[in-house]
Design a protein. Sequence first.
Length: 110
Amino acid sequence: MNYSWQIVKFNTRDQTNVDGISLSNSVVSVKWKRTGVDDSGNTGTVLGYTNLSAENVPVDSFVAFESLTEEMVVGWLESVISAEALSRYDDKVQEKIIRKTTTERAVPWS
């Protein structure tokens, strides 16, 4: 199974970091989609939100909203989503694929 992330949208607001500096348009939540593709090309997706904070980000490490990249935000997600939570998301993706590829049938006898 191959998994990928797609960033759908952000919520931002100005946040003050621990040094008392206001960081404009800090990302405070990310809406994302996790997609899985099995070896036969069947796909399943889950949508989710992850909350973030810039409160502990030093001003010299802060990235302006306009300079964000998808790879950067995916890295943030992967650093804050626990392995257990990620496993649950992946399990849900697999369940969706199984449902899509399973055929419901009537009993073969009368």
